[in-house]
Design a protein around this ligand. Structure first.
Ligand SMILES: NC(=O)c1ccc[n+]([C@@H]2O[C@H](COP(=O)([O-])OP(=O)(O)OC[C@H]3O[C@@H](n4cnc5c(N)ncnc54)[C@H](OP(=O)(O)O)[C@@H]3O)[C@@H](O)[C@H]2O)c1
Length: 282
């Protein structure tokens, strides 16, 4: 017997990576899916494959979110807030509009969907909200400040909602994947091109080893299917965890944050991201 028989699951960012793998896994367990992402061709193909409903559009658009909730047909058992990207670049240099958009997509859109599904879940006295966060929701990595800010915000709101929603039988979990083999790093690098190629920037020395940093990280990446497995655990567990940390690299970072003085973790992260020494600056 499929474990999510006839449950309605809303998955954002389903056209690629973790969202796509999650949608497939949930349907494999009997769920009916309502899918969102901007690339309509991909979304339509996936919806046809999974016999789900595609609601294409930008998740920051309130009208798109209203259509998503409508498409659920009066019941929402699972919300997977997954749509997201990273606006990389020095915290000082990321333009205000880009910084605000990072928060719009990764935080405010997810927050609005949580608010949108709660009335259904309260009425049902059951529901699972699974927010795809990141270890960047616990620690501020250099050159990812605005991404980290968006995921910290998501973690804070999820923690509060977890306590508020529990009396209605609604569970809220966070997923902290660590590096995953998806389009994420390509999208990140494309968006950060202006920073990476700006040889006149005072931060140019930070980008000298960017390919090496990426190679090291991707060498330790897990598959999107593995992250989807963690989402499924959060949907099935009788008492789901507050956080599911997936990749070994993410687990070791979380352990380091728990056990080591922050100054040591800072040093490790600075080495990992090749933060230049003072004498390397111009
Ligand atoms: N990959 C990693 O290493 C990693 C690590 C930690 C956390 N995460 C988190 O995991 C989540 C999924 O990322 P991924 O790795 O699967 O990356 P991905 O392969 O780039 O997929 C991102 C998904 O989000 C969708 N999306 C982006 N902006 C959107 C918007 N404004 N409206 C609607 N959909 C939007 C994209 O679809 P369209 O382009 O078609 O809209 C795509 O389906 C993100 O929240 C990310 O922060 C990823």
């Amino acid at each position: 017997m499929p474990r999510l028989q006839n449950q309605i699951a809303l998955v954002t960012g389903a056209s690629a990576g973790i969202g796509l793998a999650t949608a497939r896994l949930l349907v494999g367990e009997g769920a009916k899916v309502v899918l969102n992402a901007r690339r309509q061709d991909r979304l339509d193909a996936l919806a046809a494959e999974l016999k789900g409903v595609a609601v294409p559009g930008d998740v920051t658009d309130a009208a798109v979110r209203a259509r998503l909730l409508d498409a659920c047909g009066g019941r929402v058992d699972i919300l997977v807030n997954n749509a997201g990207y990273a606006e990389a670049g020095p915290a000082e240099m990321v333009k205000e509009a880009a910084a605000r958009w990072q928060l719009e997509v990764n935080f405010f859109a997810a927050a609005a969907l949580m608010q949108g599904v709660m009335p259904f879940m309260r009425k049902q006295r059951s529901g699972r909200i699974v927010n795809i966060s990141s270890v960047a929701g616990r620690f501020g990595y250099p050159l990812f400040g605005w991404y980290c800010a968006s995921k910290h915000a998501l973690e804070g709101l999820s923690d509060a909602l977890r306590l508020e929603a529990r009396p209605w039988g609604v569970h809220v979990s966070l997923i902290e994947p660590g590096p995953v083999e998806t389009e994420f790093f390509d999208v990140t690098k494309d968006r950060a091109e202006g920073h990476i190629n700006d040889t006149s920037s005072p931060y140019a020395p930070f980008f000298r080893h960017v390919d090496e940093v990426e190679r090291e990280m991707m060498g330790r990446a897990v598959t999107a299917e593995r992250v989807a497995g963690a989402v499924l655990s959060a949907c099935l567990a009788r008492s789901p965890r507050d956080r599911y940390v997936v990749a070994p690299m993410a687990k070791s970072t979380v352990l380091a944050l728990r056990l080591l003085p922050r100054s040591w973790v800072d040093r490790l992260a600075s080495r990992q991201f090749r933060v230049p020494r003072p004498e390397e600056l111009r």
